[in-house]
Design a protein around this ligand. Sequence first.
Ligand SMILES: Cc1ncc(COP(=O)(O)O)c(C=O)c1O
Length: 397
Amino acid sequence: MAGVNAGLLDRLRTELADRRTTTGLRRDLVVSGPQGPMLDVAGEKLVNLASNDYLGLASDPEVIESAQRGLRDEGLGVTAGRVLCGSRAIHSELEESIAALVGVEDAVLYSSCFDANLGVFDALLGRDDVVISDELNHASLIDGMRLAPVRRHVFAHADFDDLERCLAKCAGARHRLIVTDGVFSMDGDIAALPKLAELAQYYDAALLVDDSHATGVLGETGAGTAEYFGLTGSVDVLTGTLGKALGGGAGGFVAGSHAVVETLRQVSRPYIFTNAMAPPLAAAAVTAIRIARSRPELRQRLAANTAWFREALGELGYDVLPGQHPIIPVMLRGGSWARDVAGALLAEGVLAFALWHPVVPAGEERIRVQISAAHTADQLEAAAAAFDRVRKFVDCA
Ligand SMILES: Cc1ncc(COP(=O)(O)O)c(C=O)c1O
């Protein structure tokens, strides 16, 4: 009988050993109990500044109860793809809810936004087309573009002269698609959609926005980046996640006109060749979207919490990248300061992760803080006091 391949195992062991001595091996933190503004890690209660639960809906009783109802009525999973016998009425209801939330004609579900981004480019574009992508776009967009038989250009982050150069360079393409995150996940900055939409129109290009950190969060009704700028309807293809503000279960989507969405249903591989979303997740997301739309006070509280914490960190002398989004990058550039400070915060009862190369460029090390509407004033004050206590690490910088 053939054994396992020694050559492969040897190579992997060597590479892991190298990684251990260079960047260190990542170890996933094990959390107990439900998601919320406080987390239980090994019996310690920590203020959670590390999740994407922007509206605090992950532990909302109505959302949880919907998941339980979905489980009771439709079962755990459907053991088939949507194109076989995996489609349920709750999937269509969720797709309608998403389309209504973001203000477009239609939407189609994927297992995750990562899958949506993997499946969207190959389905909509071909050899005669070009994608023009912001250099800080999410990994899933980058991988999705790599899977499609398109020409690819990358423009410097938010550099519209560079974008225009790319647009002009590929004037002969059948379609030019500008690709951007709505909110960039490492810097928390909001894409300048008015400028992007203007350039798209001028150059007869299409615009794709991954609004994973914006749906539910930005805009009067939580429709996302386009609504934030008063430009609802200006995006050709919108991708997003149900794993962040919209209940935090799991799932992703592509939203847009019927022609876009119907094409995806017909030919998008991560839609066709995979199991359909578990009904409890779909039921929870329908309720989360209803709450997100109908309770603007959650966004108001999120904005107030974010503004308070940004100001508190600034007053403590931290270098915080400016912005309004609940992603707050606290810059601790160079060496291992970001990691040291994150470690010290953990000892002080606060969970916030350090980001370093290759996740962010070398020299741009930081701690990424993420605020939720569910944080109480006491929790944020406790977290700010912890940042104050660990200043000694920062001062060595
Ligand atoms: C901008 C962006 N797009 C896509 C994703 C992937 O979303 P999901 O967790 O639904 O796969 C993420 C999550 O990290 C993200 O930040």
